[in-house]
Design a protein around this ligand. Sequence first.
Ligand SMILES: NC(=O)c1ccc[n+]([C@@H]2O[C@H](COP(=O)([O-])OP(=O)(O)OC[C@H]3O[C@@H](n4cnc5c(N)ncnc54)[C@H](O)[C@@H]3O)[C@@H](O)[C@H]2O)c1
Length: 310
Amino acid sequence: MKILVTGGAGFIGSHVCDRLVKDGHAVVCVDDLSLGREENVQQLRGSGKFLFVKADVTDAKAMRKIFETNSFDACFHLAANSDIMVNDLNIDYRKTFLTTHVLLDFLKSYRVKQLIFTSTSAIYGEKAGALREDDGPLRPISFYGAFKLASEAIIAAHVHQHGLQAWVFRFPNVVGRRLTHGVIYDFMRKLTLRPSELEVLGDGKQEKPYLHVSELVDAMLFAWKKANGDSNVFNLGADSSTTVKSIAAMVVQEMGLKPKVRYTGGDRGWKGDVPKFAYDLSRIHALGWKAKMGSNDAVRLAIKEQLGKA
Ligand SMILES: NC(=O)c1ccc[n+]([C@@H]2O[C@H](COP(=O)([O-])OP(=O)(O)OC[C@H]3O[C@@H](n4cnc5c(N)ncnc54)[C@H](O)[C@@H]3O)[C@@H](O)[C@H]2O)c1
């Protein structure tokens, strides 16, 4: 297949590109490099099956050129504002929502029938209990979550209006090689700058499920092949979860440091952060996919990978 990957030079997108090329697909990766890095896809350049285009997905002129010169079978849409602590209405609107809106228009015009969309737990807001795909009404508490939910909504309408087939994956916290942001990245960056001190946002009791990127990509490709409805929505994750406090302890241990750990206090890292959540994973489990690694193991492996120890 010929596949368009938006945000393909980012953390998760680069792993998606790796896997699609490995599976024999031809990939065109579009990324404006606002958050991603070209070196994340450097390894694919000689494959003969990969093309990198530096472009903003909302730049209609650049996108038209890409769609005019390629005939795509499917699109993996990952371009978004992953820097969720920023929580800026306009940034989230442009990067998280407008990218989806513009892309959908091109998919319709050029009759691309398959869209794989990367959504998030943030769409559920601060909801108690195990989160289920058919929960509602949903009330996100961040602009990022709101515009991901809005993206899911216009995808649903395009499915009905234009015969698009969609796979919507609601990610947990994803970790692994080539991190561009997130708690592990943040702790390592701080400790590299100042090994004697570690500032932890919140009280450290925030607790979420972490999934290794290798398992996440496996799950996406598995469900893409296996689920064949018009609109296929899945929570993805592991059954277990990890606290921010234990991530700090693992990072410190793996870096061989003994810093003074200082908590900024409060139950969350920033306004808009959901401090705790758990997924109901019965839908993806029933399809036949289950994470092999627990949340703590995924975190530990990702730290080692970032340090070049694994
Ligand atoms: N990492 C996680 O834990 C996590 C959790 C839930 C959902 N997600 C979603 O998964 C996707 C990938 O996230 P990631 O962690 O790899 O982040 P990332 O920042 O590494 O990847 C996003 C990529 O999109 C690119 N991009 C942003 N705006 C663009 C635009 N207008 N045009 C072209 N490219 C643009 C960035 O340069 C970056 O390379 C995102 O949609 C994110 O919202 C990630």
